[in-house]
Design a protein around this ligand. Structure first.
Ligand code: SF4
Length: 241
């Protein structure tokens, strides 16, 4: 039976599989999806720990697998530098960005709109431009309050599959993988961040919740930028600024 059929209980898998079994399952998910979607399978890379883990797994399945990075004008300089290194090492990664003019401090007055313009729009563009039929993400169901209901394989947009191959991994298992396989990570983690994003919306906290440092002081606190929740097959141009 193919893992792409999504038959297993995600919560049971989180607790019952050991590290080695999880790695094997993730590789199998990517392998099966690559067999099905071929070059239409593309990895979304946010340059955080989960993304670099998925990127490394994908490269083990097939070095030809492509990727895209969505960046914004508000990414910390360390992340930008890390991105440049990744693109030099992997020319099969394309970078997308929205340089449209937006109101000053939109991230404070309307962070949903800000993310929609700076993150969701370029993601939609990447999917269209790279002819993506299956995008691969580093989403994990133990990461925070907004991430508990996802599946390993989804089709939120008709004609666009979404593969979350490390959905059942815990934070510790991601770090275990990165350490054991010598995967380079964004240097900002040495500062104490646990989840990385744009600098105005990312803070270091001691909260239990891994994403608690995201969008502190707004209704989005610990939440989502929208790429996992908003439709990705429609044109953002109509949304306006
Ligand atoms: S994370 Fe903050 S700065 Fe970045 S796009 Fe979203 S609201 Fe804007």
């Amino acid at each position: 039976m193919s893992l792409l059929e999504n038959r297993d209980d995600v919560k049971e898998l989180v607790e019952n599989l050991n590290f080695k079994e999880k790695v094997k399952r993730s590789l199998t998910l990517i392998e099966e999806a690559y067999e099905k979607y071929g070059d239409g399978l593309v990895v979304a890379n946010s340059l955080g720990k989960d993304s670099v883990c998925v990127w490394d797994l994908a490269k083990r399945v097939n070095p030809k697998i492509r990727g895209f990075i969505v960046t914004t004008r508000f990414k910390p300089k360390e992340t930008v530098q890390f991105m440049h290194q990744a693109v030099v090492q992997y020319p099969e990664i394309k970078v997308y960005k929205n340089d449209a003019e937006i109101p000053e401090k939109l991230y404070e007055t309307d962070p949903d709109k800000c993310c929609d313009i700076l993150k969701v729009e370029p993601t939609r563009r990447a999917i269209e431009d790279m002819k993506v039929t299956c995008w691969v993400t580093g989403l994990r169901c133990t990461e925070g309050r907004t991430r508990t209901d996802f599946k390993e394989v989804e089709e939120r947009d008709k004609g666009l599959a979404k593969l979350n191959p490390i959905l059942i991994w815990k934070e510790r298992e991601v770090w275990q993988y990165l350490a054991l396989y010598g995967v380079k990570v964004n240097p900002l983690y040495t500062e104490g961040y646990r989840s990385l994003g744009c600098w105005p919306c990312t803070h270091i906290t001691t909260d239990e919740n891994e994403r608690a440092g995201r969008w502190i002081g707004t209704s989005k606190c610990g939440g989502e930028c929208g790429i996992h929740t908003r439709p990705l097959k429609t044109n953002v141009a109509g949304d306006g600024i």
